[in-house]
Design a protein around this ligand. Structure first.
Ligand code: ARG
Length: 433
């Protein structure tokens, strides 16, 4: 283990068992944060040069050394492991080893408390951006298929009982709109947490005229977390909101997966999931199971569990408390697993193969009863009267076709008027934001 950065003459003997407990798997989790921590450290070094705490040569040497660390880390030549207490200490150790005394100047005006907070904000901005991109591509596939398959009849269910003729167009467009909403939410939450806590140090500010605004701007933040105490109190609070955005997507994914796994059952027989996403059974030679769909459905449980674990940590007084370290595992675990899963979805959806004949054949004539009632309304009857009349005609609806029913469902958004262009326009506007 490299010397602790907080080691001083008065430091007593450090018990390795205690240190192992304090570190937990922090150093491993910090692998996710290190690239962001390096970026923030470069901006911090440049900021220190602007206020003359570093010479411009010293800052340039630090930035170059941090670039080397970034490259070595990406190439697997620098491994963040138990030699270090955490990623923050590893950066300082690297700089001291690389640059000697100059390296020890990086920590002027900052604390690991604002260092971890800024790395986490950059990490969350990045992951929310990825989440948004994935939601956009899921919505894109759904819209494309909605267009192509808009006229294919599908029995519509409520209470899992057949209700009215519906269409694949309506089904796809419904899931498209959900993921457009989830893209918007990821963007909104990304904007909401787009603030730099760097330069708040341990939570009280420092007696140096730090150029916080320019450092934040260089890092691409839109504003500062102004108050140093709040920079710490917001830890966990912002992580929860980031997980909210993720959980909106995984909740919709859960429902979508449910639909697919029902439709893929032999009883429905509406759809086949591509073999690339299925596995066989170890005992039943006949089986081909849509496991991917099922584990995608289970993703939401991971996210909700992470959210609740994180929230339970936050019963804390103001200021930095080491408890806050425990907000990292649920956040990082949920985003890693969640984005991994979501990234499979566009291809899985693109490869679904429908059985249109089976879908159409399972629409029985009674499903046209609501159409019949509304037809009578069109002829001037009160709806309640028409409802009773249609109920009495249930046996006489066999002359109708699902295709005609879909065509005539002209209310905006309905099967005959899906308004896909509106969904397209909203998606494009959000993508180009
Ligand atoms: N691993 C710590 C965390 O995530 C880093 C900050 C340590 N700060 C401290 N004062 N010990 O919270």
């Amino acid at each position: 283990m490299a010397d602790y950065i907080w080691k001083k003459d008065s430091t007593g003997k450090v018990d390795e068992r205690v240190m192992r407990f304090l570190a937990g798997d922090d150093v491993v989790l910090d692998r996710e944060l290190l690239p962001f921590d390096i970026r923030a450290s470069k901006a911090h070094a440049r900021g220190l040069a602007r206020i003359k705490v570093l010479t411009s040569e010293q800052a340039a040497a630090m930035v170059a050394s941090l670039d080397r660390l970034d490259t070595a880390f990406a190439a697997g030549e620098f491994v963040l492991d138990g030699r270090f207490e955490d990623g923050h200490s590893a950066i300082e150790s690297w700089l001291i080893e690389d640059l000697g005394e100059i390296g020890g100047r990086i920590h002027a005006g900052r604390s690991r408390n604002d260092q971890v907070a800024v790395a986490l904000r950059l990490y969350m901005k990045d992951r929310l951006q990825r989440l948004g991109t994935l939601c956009a591509s899921v919505a894109g596939v759904c819209l494309q298929r909605a267009e192509r398959e808009s006229g294919l009849p599908l029995p519509g269910h409520t209470h899992l009982q057949q209700a009215m003729p519906s269409s694949l167009g309506l089904w796809w467009a419904g899931h498209a709109e959900a993921f457009i909403d989830n893209l918007a939410l990821a963007q909104d939450i990304g904007d909401w947490l787009d603030a730099s806590p760097l330069g708040t140090a341990s939570g009280f500010g420092v007696n140096l005229p730090l150029d916080r605004d320019s450092v934040a701007e260089e890092l691409g933040f839109h504003r500062l977390v102004v108050n140093p105490q709040y920079a710490q109190n917001a830890r966990g609070k912002v992580e929860l909101r980031a997980l909210d955005a993720l959980s909106a997507a995984t909740a919709d994914l859960r429902r979508l997966s449910w639909d697919i796994s029902l439709f893929a059952s032999q009883e429905f027989g509406f759809v086949t999931v591509s073999a690339a996403f299925c596995t066989g059974s170890s005992i039943m030679p006949n089986k081909q199971n849509p496991d991917t769909v099922e584990l995608l459905r289970a993703l939401h449980a991971t996210v909700v569990g992470a959210r609740s674990e994180l929230e339970s940590v936050l019963s804390l007084p103001s200021g930095y408390q080491r408890d806050l370290q425990d907000t990292k595992p649920p956040l990082i675990r949920a985003f890693a697993r969640g984005l991994d899963g979501l990234s499979l979805l566009p291809e899985l959806l693109g490869g679904l193969e429908w059985n249109p004949a089976r879908m159409r054949d399972s629409i029985s004539p009674e499903l046209h009863a609501t159409d019949r009632a509304n037809e009578l309304v069109g002829q001037g009857q009160s709806f309640r009267e028409a409802y009773r009349a249609a109920a009495a005609e249930l046996g006489e609806l066999s002359g109708r076709t699902p295709e005609a029913s879909l065509r005539e469902r002209v209310s905006p958004g309905g099967c005959g008027n899906l308004l896909l262009d509106r969904l397209h326009d909203r998606l494009s506007a959000l993508i180009s934001k």
